[in-house]
Ligand binder design. Structure first.
Ligand code: NAD
Length: 308
């Protein structure tokens, strides 16, 4: 069967989902960008007389994500006009629209049960042959597709983008034993030719390749910092520009990734490893405290650095 992607859907409009939607719009592919409906109003919305049924409120996450896309640096959109290719909506009202797309990419919170719940809903509405992929940082692709229809499993794999999606060239593709070979080949080609990425096929092992090494490296660095009393600035300098890497080498990377997301990714590796290796994947208590405080990095405007 010949595949083509004329329209895509990105599920989840957070740090990565909004960036992936922008990347697709940049290459001329119309995108449906969906997220959850908020379950309460802000004081401001209440003061403005809005209700939870108001469309503006129901599309809030996605709308906020679109506004952010216009402000972020480096710019996720190649041109402001590309925004018109992104249609926003929410899972409650717009899930049915998934039957009109050729590729669905799931980019929601890094949690197996939550993702599986969404896949069940997708399976019920997608048309046969629609490609479904996950942007998970390291959850088992096979575990996510458990219980789904045969057609879903044939068209399912991991497509792991890196942050920020417009600029970072690596795309890890993670098939399962049930992924159809033609679908895999199509996505590899699409990843290289249309998305402009360097595609690497990874095995379905915890955190795949780049995040298995990357999470390990970041956590070892954090431990060394604590043990030797280095400052955040010192570590970022000597792991960054001073040795020819981007300035975002360690703590800025964690801020960009999101501390909560990093916690989920580290835990995923922790749960699947043993002994000395497992110890490395344990999050240091100071990071847990930051997450409890809501200091999640750039997305909450406070992480290791303050974002203006
Ligand atoms: P994020 O926290 O910025 O966004 C997650 C989105 O999921 C939010 O918009 C939220 O509203 C939505 N969501 C939360 N709970 C939900 C639920 N119960 N049902 C449906 N949607 C829900 O996270 P992110 O950084 O964009 O990460 C999304 C995915 O991409 C994760 O699987 C993550 O591991 C992966 N990823 C993240 C990065 C990164 O650098 N942040 C890089 C590569 C891959």
């Amino acid at each position: 069967m010949a595949y083509q992607i004329k329209k895509a859907a990105v599920l989840g409009s957070g740090v990565m989902g909004s960036g992936i939607a922008a990347h697709l719009a940049n290459i001329g592919i119309p995108v449906l960008l969906l997220d959850i409906v908020p379950n309460k109003l802000t004081d401001q919305e209440e003061a403005n007389g809005l209700t939870l049924e108001n469309q503006q409120v129901r599309n809030k996450f996605a709308t906020t994500a679109l506004e952010k896309l216009l402000k972020q640096k480096p710019a996720p959109l190649a041109s402001k006009n590309n925004l018109s290719l992104i249609e926003v909506g929410n899972f409650e009202d717009d899930l049915d629209k998934l039957k009109d797309v050729d590729w669905i990419i799931e980019v929601i919170v890094e949690n197996l049960d939550v993702k599986k719940g969404l896949y069940e809903k997708i399976d019920a509405v997608r048309k046969e042959g629609t490609i479904v992929t996950s942007n998970t940082s390291g959850i088992s692709i096979e575990a996510m597709s458990e219980g789904r229809s045969e057609d879903f499993q044939k068209h399912f794999m991991g497509t792991h983008f890196f942050n920020p999606p417009r600029y970072l060239k690596l795309l890890e593709i993670i098939p399962t034993a049930k992924t159809d070979k033609d679908v895999l080949e199509f996505m590899m080609q699409f990843g290289e030719d249309r998305l402009g990425k360097g595609v690497v096929i990874a095995k379905d092992t915890p955190n795949f390749i780049a995040n298995r090494i990357g999470t390990y490296g970041l956590l070892v660095t954090l431990r060394e910092m604590e043990k030797r009393g280095y400052s955040i600035g010192e570590v970022d300098s000597v792991t960054g520009t001073l040795i020819g890497r981007p300035k975002s080498a360690t703590f800025r990377t964690l801020d960009v990734v999101g501390l909560d997301t990093f916690m989920h990714v580290a835990k995923n590796a922790y749960d699947k490893t043993e002994g000395d290796e497992q110890q490395v994947f344990e999050l240091p208590p100071f990071m847990k405290k930051m997450i409890d405080n809501g200091w999640l990095g750039a997305k909450s405007k406070q992480g290791f650095y303050l974002k203006q």
